[in-house]
Write a protein that binds this ligand. Structure first.
Ligand SMILES: *[C@@H]1O[C@H](CO)[C@@H](O)[C@H](O)[C@H]1NC(C)=O
Ligand SMILES: *[C@@H]1O[C@H](CO)[C@@H](O)[C@H](O)[C@H]1NC(C)=O
Length: 534
């Protein structure tokens, strides 16, 4: 007797086998592939008795074709197809790729994993991403014995390869896949690194996630890696809560400190939704109950800043709280960087500046202030070459200088002004107009400090006043004028008046050569700058 269902099954079989006729005909491609993937998934889930049947191989090929050609679909269809194909793969492999005793069919496992790991190196971004997603849905028996390679492969995709700066989608997919692999396999303190989360690979996973959290690649479209950071925050939260439940010993003091410190700066993100998401995740970790997470640095103070029952949504609610993290040493460096960037960004400066300046002014004694200055200089030292944020940082420094934050510094030999001046001069090497303008503002702000430095600054300002670019000359003239208004101890009242007159009456639109006589006159007055109060 023919087994029940033979006829419909053979239909499916021949339908699927004829797929090559369809495959690269783009008309109706989506309409065809989507239901077929869905069908494969449903048939597998229903335990259809196809074990060892050649049809399974065809199905697998169809799924592989889908993943390997994902870039040929319409952008809007891709996520749907990818989801359908990976769902089909997940169901299919669970149903057909294990022996009766629950182990992987080795020959299938070998070839499948080799193909998929290979796919992670594809030059086509979408294909990389889809193979990463596919690895993420494999059942644990297929990962067993190959876990290390899978994790390393995915980690490789999450890293920003300088040759493929555009691959942010693939990086996001790999981050999602890592979290998904973590939920699939067991967590076991002294487990097998090829099969379980264990001491040998937990660090790799956290490194991957924290590096992705810190992915700030930009291209002409802007902040394209935003979604990588969001996916990484999400993944890190999920993995951490999972480990807390299954094997909290993995969540060492070191990992928790790194994790929380990697999270904190995102509370100062300038993009609203990301900031909100980061705050939500941060609070989720902080207030997790079953079980509570150990080793969160400054937990008590954090609980005060972020009470359990509060929902923080808008930048106006979040930035002031984020600024309170500045007083907690573990979070201070990351937070100061993030908040300075936000203070220097025109779209957030309004909300951030007040709490940031309040914090700086709270450094009342000179020891605290010295520490703050050191930290600020460190941050500038490491970031002024970074084109993404250097202009924002300089704007923030300009704001700090012009708001009297540094009035505590009275010693004219204090190293801060001199060091800041040197850092700015170094940053001048990079010829970017906006940066140059900001640096000139900072130079003018630095004139508030007494000392010989004033002469050096004046020399530089005069040089830029004769700059070949009109915009620069006009900018310097304006800034100099404001500076003389603001600090009336720089020149004698008479000299000051004459200088300001010349600055405002000169037509800076004239070419530098024609300006020579004016510049010489200004030089004569300005070099009389007083370095110390008389
Ligand atoms: C400034 O903030 C806006 C939105 O708040 C953001 O889109 C942009 O990327 C930020 N600029 C920089 C340089 O970070
Ligand atoms: C939070 O709110 C719930 C109910 O809304 C309440 O039972 C709980 O005690 C509150 N917890 C805190 C810490 O205020």
């Amino acid at each position: 007797m023919r087994p029940a269902g033979e006829r419909p099954l053979s239909c499916v079989r021949s339908f699927c086998k004829s797929r090559f006729a369809f495959l690269f005909q783009f008309i109706c491609f989506y309409d065809f592939i989507f239901p077929v993937c869905s069908l494969i998934e449903k048939l597998s889930l229903s335990h259809i008795p196809f074990k060892n049947d050649a049809i399974v191989e065809s199905w697998q090929e169809l799924i592989d074709d889908c993943l390997g050609n994902i870039h040929t679909f319409n952008t809007k269809d891709r996520p749907g197809i990818e989801a359908a194909a990976t769902a089909a793969l997940s169901a299919l492999s669970k149903e057909f790729y294990k022996t009766d005793s629950g182990e992987a069919l080795l020959f299938v496992q070998d070839s499948l994993l080799s193909r998929y790991l290979e796919g992670l190196h594809c030059d086509i971004e979408q294909v990389r991403g889809s193979f990463a997603m596919a690895l993420g849905v494999l059942p644990d028996f297929l990962l067993r014995g190959r876990l290390q390679q899978v994790l390393q492969g995915l980690y490789g995709v999450t890293k920003t390869p300088s040759t493929f700066p555009e691959f942010y989608d693939a990086r996001r997919d790999a981050v999602v896949a890592i979290a998904s692999v973590c939920t699939t396999v067991d967590a076991c303190w002294d487990g097998d690194e090829q099969a379980d989360l264990c001491q040998q690979n937990v660090d790799t996973i956290y490194n991957a996630l924290m590096e992705a959290m810190n992915d700030f690649t930009r291209n002409i479209q802007g902040d394209v890696s935003l979604q990588v950071r969001v996916a990484a925050m999400n993944a890190a939260t999920d993995v951490t809560l999972l480990l807390a439940k299954r094997e909290p010993r993995f969540l060492t003091a070191d990992i928790m400190r790194q994790l929380m410190c990697a999270f904190a700066p995102h509370l100062g993100e300038t993009v609203k939704n990301t900031q909100k998401f980061a705050t939500l995740s941060f609070m989720k970790l902080l207030h997790h109950d079953s079980p509570p997470l150990d080793h969160i640095p400054h937990r008590r103070q954090l609980e005060e800043i972020f009470p359990r029952n509060e929902t923080l949504q808008t930048p106006t609610e979040i930035f002031p709280r984020a600024a309170r993290l500045l007083s907690l040493p573990a979070y201070r460096p990351g937070m100061l960087l993030a908040l300075s960037i936000a203070a220097g960004n025109v779209s957030t400066t309004q909300v951030v500046t007040k709490p940031l300046l309040e914090y700086i002014r709270s450094n009342e004694d000179s020891v605290e202030m010295n520490d703050f200055c050191e930290l600020l200089l460190d941050i500038l030292d490491s970031n002024l070459e970074n084109a993404r944020i250097s202009t924002e940082l300089l704007s923030a420094v300009d704001i700090m200088l012009s708001s009297g934050c540094f009035d505590v510094i009275e010693d004219s030999n204090h190293p801060f002004p001199q060091k800041l001046f040197s850092l700015c001069k170094r940053a001048l090497r990079n010829k970017n107009l906006n940066k140059l303008k900001k640096i000139i503002s900072v130079f003018c702000g630095l004139m508030q400090f007494h000392g010989e430095l004033r002469r050096d600054i004046v020399k530089n300002l005069l040089y830029y006043l004769g700059h070949r670019l009109l915009q620069v000359r006009v900018w310097v003239a304006e800034q100099l004028y404001e500076m003389l208004l603001m600090f009336d101890d720089l020149l004698s009242p008479d000299d000051g008046e004459v200088t300001m007159c010349i600055l405002s009456e000169t037509n800076w639109h004239e070419p530098p050569d024609a300006l020579k006589p004016v510049l010489n006159k200004l030089k004569e007055y300005m070099t009389k700058v007083q370095t110390h109060p008389v």
